[in-house]
Structure formats: C-alpha cells, structure tokens
Design a protein around this ligand. Structure first.
Ligand code: FEO
Length: 395
C-alpha cells in the first residue's frame, strides 16, 4: 500500500488545508472548485512554519502540524504575506507555541500590530538576509505589491525551494495529492488565470520586477500559498505569470462582452458574432454581463487580444453592469488590447460615448466604426454591425 506522505523535499512538509465551504474568495470571487491555503513546516534542527491558514481551519491545521513534529516546539513562523487567508491563524499559533518567533519585514510587522495586536517575539528581516535552520538555509526576498506591500518570498538554497506566497498560486482545492507530479493538473491552469486576473491583475509591473529579481535562482520546487506545489511544471507556471503580468494575450480570437436590458443590444452582439463566424473566426467568446460571472469575464479579458463591448444607455449613463466591468478592467490597467464597441438607446445615447472615452483612457487601439442603435434592429444597423465584425476579422 502506498502511504500518503506530507514530505515535499528535504525536511519540508506540506501542512496546508482545503476550503470547500467558502463560496466567495475575498467575499468577491466565486470558488466553484474551492481553494487551498498552503502552509509548509520545515522540521529541521530549528523548526519553521511558513505562512499559516484561514483561522476557520485551525483545528485541522494544528492536527497536521502535530502529525509531523509531535510535541516539538516551533522556533520560527515566517510570514510571507499578511492577507488573512494566510495570516488568520497567527494568534492561535502563538497560543499553542508561545515561544515562537515571527519572521517578517518591517511592513509585515506594521500589519501584525494592526490586525492582531502582536508586538513581541519578532525577527525583522531585510531584503537578502538569511536564516539558517540546520539543513535548510533560507534567504528572504522582498517582493512588494505582489500583491500587498509587505509581500516577500523565502528561498531555500539547500533544496532550491521557493516559498512564493500568492505568486504562482491558483484557485481550486487540492484533490488528495498536493504535488503536481502526483496529479492531473489540467483543472488548475484556467483557475490560475482566473486567480491572477481577479487577485493580482492590477500589479503587472510589480510581478515583472519580482520575476526579474528572482530570475537568477535555481528552482526545483515552487511552494505557493494556493494550489499545487509545482516541480515538473515550474517552467510553465512561471511562463503563465510572466505572460499575464505583461498583459500579453494567449488567444487570437474575439471576446464579445455586452449588457442588454430587453434584448436589443444582445441582438447587435448576435449579429456581430454570426458575422465573425461567417468570416472564418472560430474562437469567439461571448459574455453577457448580467449572467456571466465577473471573474470569468476578467479571466477572458486577460486572454483575448480583440475585445468588442456593447451596452445600452441606462438613465443617461452606460448600463451599470457594463460600467462595473469597465471599471474593473481599468483598475487592472489592462494594456495592448484592440477594441470595438456598440450600443443602443431609447431617447438619448450615452453608452457609446462612454465606451469611446474608456478606450481612449486605456490607450486601446480601435477597430472599425462604433455602432449606435436607436430602439431596435434595422437593416442599416445590421449592416453596420456586420462591418464592425468584418473589420475585426480582417485584423
Ligand atoms: Fe492568498 Fe493575497 O492572499
């Protein structure tokens, strides 16, 4: 019988937990496949715990820790990231391990004081400082704004393991195995893009800076705080984060996002999609904003180069659900997209003007002529929608 082991490499053990009861990550983003909070226990001459888990999962977490080290004390708690899905169990860990020394940078401790009222037993590290546990020799690399200001990564030079915090993470609970070598990783790749687009998406430049800073390290293991522990897929994982943080699309098809109150703007979207298909475009992705999940829309905004946006005018403004999508795209500073737009109105048009301003503000390249429809579809508007599709297909 094959025995399940918690061992990652060297003296590093996986002690993370799954969360399949939370419906919304950050109370915003759906979790159809759950999420894991990964934590690592280094059972060396000195014992170190790397990050913690959501406080709701503490009992299971403590059991896992004790299965590895029994009654041994823990010397260090290394905090790479302070968002409460990882820092939430700090106070409880201190109750069970009162002598533990918390390791973080200056920014970390400002947050530990504020969130948890902890002021003692601390080791403040600077960029590049080291901590020797015996077999494992750790170095701390500050990676601010990936995706909070205090974020850092911890590198173990002995076994070439990078404890990367949220970076290289993804949504999706772990199904038994936690190492990529022992599972089918297929479901995690889409969840990685969705995770990146929702959580990290605004911080492309800091991610690029972190990737450059860490590019000289030899990596055999990436141990992030969410999703599989990466070993044989490291090149692909780093490639995905590199591409996404450069805002480089990986799909050459067309993404159509539209809002519609009574089906008139939807009719425009359908004419455009049908004409794109007639023009030979096979990769056409359509998101009605009122029924598609926002996290899926953002994921596809990060994937597609060509984006067509449609909206009715609502109370003299753009349709609120479309405005919300535009706001989230702008907040993520998505670059280098090629953009067309269309809209409808009943007595005074505003949506098309707003979408034009949105394209200009984001420096997106325009395709074709925007289409503005009063009331409902006419043969002339149908022709204009087809021309917008043709102009897109020709790109
Ligand atoms: Fe998984 Fe930014 O916390």
């Amino acid at each position: 019988m094959k025995v399940t082991t918690t061992l990652v490499k060297g003296r590093v053990h996986y002690v993370g937990v799954n969360d399949t009861t939370k419906h919304l990550f950050e109370n915003l983003w759906v979790l159809p496949y759950g999420v894991s909070y990964n934590s690592y226990l280094i059972a060396d001459d000195k014992v170190a715990l790397v990050d913690t888990v959501d406080a709701r999962m503490f009992s299971e977490y403590l059991t896992k820790i004790r299965q590895v080290i029994g009654e041994r004390p823990i010397d260090y708690l290394i905090i790479n990231h302070m968002e409460p899905d990882h820092s939430g169990a700090i106070k409880l860990i201190r109750q069970y391990y009162p002598q533990i020394t918390i390791v973080g940078n200056k920014q970390t401790f400002g947050m530990i004081e504020g969130f948890y009222g902890i002021y003692d037993n601390r080791l403040v590290v600077k960029d590049g400082e080291t901590l020797d546990l015996g077999h494992h020799k750790l170095t701390f690399h500050l990676t601010p704004m990936v995706h909070w200001p205090e974020t850092m990564m911890t590198y173990d030079a002995t076994e070439q393991i990078l404890f990367s915090g949220d970076a290289f993470g993804c949504f999706g609970a772990l199904a038994g195995a936690y190492m990529d070598t022992n599972m089918d990783t297929t479901p995690y790749w889409d969840e990685m893009i969705r995770y990146y687009a929702c959580i990290v998406g605004k911080y492309g430049e800091p991610v690029q800076r972190a990737l450059k800073k860490l590019s000289g390290l030899s990596l055999q293991v990436i141990a992030s705080t969410h999703g599989p522990v990466w070993t044989e897929e490291i090149t692909r994982v780093v490639g995905v984060y590199d591409r996404l943080s450069r805002y480089e699309p990986d799909r050459d098809g067309v993404l159509i996002i539209y809002g519609s109150m009574y089906g008139n703007t939807e009719r425009m979207a359908e004419v455009i999609a049908a004409q794109l298909s007639a023009d030979g475009i096979k990769d056409i992705c359509v998101h009605p904003v009122s029924t598609s999940d926002i996290s899926d829309i953002l994921k596809d905004v990060f994937r597609y180069k060509y984006i067509l946006l449609g909206s009715p005018t609502y109370n003299g403004e753009i349709f609120p659900a479309v405005e919300s999508v535009m706001h989230k795209i702008a907040a993520r500073q998505v670059k280098n997209r090629t953009f067309g737009f269309f809209g409808s109105y009943s007595w005074a048009g505003a949506a098309v003007k707003k979408m034009k301003a949105f394209a200009e503000a984001n420096n997106w390249q325009l395709i074709g002529d925007p289409v503005e429809m009063k009331h409902a579809m006419t043969p002339e508007i149908e022709e204009q929608c087809k021309r917008l599709a043709d102009a897109t297909a020709q790109r």
